[in-house]
Design a protein around this ligand. Structure first.
Ligand SMILES: [Zn+2]
Length: 131
């Protein structure tokens, strides 16, 4: 899921974010690069496993299948992370970054430093978890 580069329109009256959006943009873009690099390494590794499988015994084949299933889960998690990063970058473009999607309150900067893709304030996040 790669959002179009042309979909983000510059806003005419950008909201002033409560913190430096540039540093968060740089961090998100770095995260995005890291994840894409990891995805490429994983894709290469998966291809290797498939090639080796013909030569494997039953037990090692089970191991390979198991690790493959794990890498599928990792891959899915990575895709989710990439989607969250893309969404956070879009919010940065639209001047909505750092505001809770649920209640519109400013998300604590500490929370964003731990997870720059956070889209909910702590109250709404805890609320969503307990639901
Ligand atoms: Zn909220």
């Amino acid at each position: 899921m790669i959002p179009s580069l042309f979909s983000a329109q510059p806003t005419s009256t950008p909201m002033k974010p409560p913190f430096d959006p540039k540093s968060f943009r740089a961090r998100l873009q770095q995260l995005q690069r890291d994840l894409l690099a990891l995805a490429k390494i994983a894709a290469d590794a998966t291809a290797t496993v498939e090639l080796d499988q013909a030569r494997m015994g039953r037990l090692s084949r089970m191991d390979a299948l198991q690790s493959q299933a794990m890498s599928v889960a990792t891959c899915r998690r990575r895709d989710q992370q990439l989607a969250q990063i893309a969404a956070a970058l879009r919010r940065l473009d639209e001047g909505e970054f750092g505001y809770c999607l649920e209640c519109g309150e400013v998300i604590a900067e500490k929370r964003l430093q731990i997870d720059p893709t956070a889209s909910l304030c702590i109250t709404c996040a805890e609320d969503a978890e307990s639901r």
